[in-house]
Unconditional design. Structure first.
Length: 117
C-alpha cells in the first residue's frame, strides 16, 4: 500500500483547497478498503482524524470541519479527495491520507496546508 497526499499550499482565511490522495493498492482491492480517512496534524500537536469515507460511502467528519470539508473517493482512478472550504487559521498543519482496513492502519506522506488570517 502506498499513499501520497498532495494539493496543499498557502491560502488566505476563507479560501478553499482540494487535497488529493493517490492510492497504490493491490491487496485489498481499492473498492474493498473499509475506510479512507484524512488526518490533520497542527504544528506541535497530535494527529487527529477529520474525515472518513467507507467502502459503502458512509462519511464521518470531525465537528470542527462539518459543513466546510467534504471527503470523496474515486474508485476508478484510486483517488481520495478532501474539499476544504472556508478555511480557518486553525486548519493549518499537515494533512495525511490514511487507510483503515481489518484493523490495520496505512499512512502516506502528508501535504502541508497553511492558512493565513
Amino acid at each position: 500500500v502506498q499513499l501520497q497526499a498532495f494539493g496543499g499550499g498557502l491560502v488566505q482565511a476563507g479560501e478553499s483547497l482540494k487535497l488529493s490522495c493517490a492510492a497504490s493498492i493491490r491487496t485489498p482491492n481499492f473498492v474493498d478498503v473499509e475506510w479512507f480517512r484524512w488526518f490533520h496534524q497542527p504544528p506541535g500537536q497530535m494527529r487527529v482524524n477529520v474525515a472518513g469515507i467507507s467502502s459503502a460511502y458512509e462519511t464521518t467528519y470531525r465537528d470542527s470541519v462539518k459543513g466546510r470539508f467534504t471527503i470523496s473517493r474515486d474508485n476508478v482512478n484510486q483517488m481520495v479527495y478532501l474539499q476544504m472550504n472556508n478555511l480557518k487559521s486553525e486548519d493549518t498543519g499537515t494533512y495525511y491520507c490514511n487507510i483503515l482496513h481489518q484493523g490495520m492502519n496505512y499512512w502516506g506522506v502528508g501535504t502541508q496546508v497553511t492558512v493565513s488570517s
